[in-house]
Ligand binder design. Sequence first.
Ligand code: AMP
Ligand code: MG
Length: 194
Amino acid sequence: MPDLSTHIKLIRSGEVVAFPTETVYGLGADAWNPSAIRKVFEVKGRPSDNPLIVHIANSEEVHNFADKVPDSAQRLMDGFWPGPLTIVLKKKPKVLDLITAGLDTVALRMPDHPLASEFISKTGPLVAPSANRSGKPSPTKAEHVRADFGDNFPVIDGGATEVGLESTVVDLTAEFPLILRPGIIGEEELGSVL
Ligand code: AMP
Ligand code: MG
């Protein structure tokens, strides 16, 4: 396990740090720090109307972001977390509009990667879009992140990511669950748990 102390300090001082997850490398920033979150949009060149996913290391954290955790969400969390599944729930008022692009919902995921878990358990929840400039392919290696953001950009090198495809996104705020973005966890697998 590489030493993460420098990267943890960077997050605590409001900087952005790239880190590996099982899907792709994420560009992490403290989910409670507005200026850190603004940096994510700036660094990526991401339009501010594209909401971010909050990454957590402990499923209890869901309750700090989601207003209600319906039965369906609990089932999916129990069945697929940690893993490449993002759930969208009604947000608590304190969740920053910067994260949700002004929506009244928030997207949450617990990555299945030892470095991501270790990192997030020390920093607290991180917003983390893929660690590439908008319009470029999602990075599956630390080298890809450096190619986009420069050799001195802070990145936790965990080697190649396993899945290489973004998480499945499921909206649980309506009467029926809705897949907003397909991913490695498919409709049938979701259905078997729901
Ligand atoms: P990424 O581009 O991998 O960072 O994933 C962000 C994507 O997650 C967004 O483009 C949306 O598709 C989805 N997403 C994030 N937050 C929400 C939300 N509150 N409601 C619906 N979809 C969301
Ligand atoms: Mg992306």
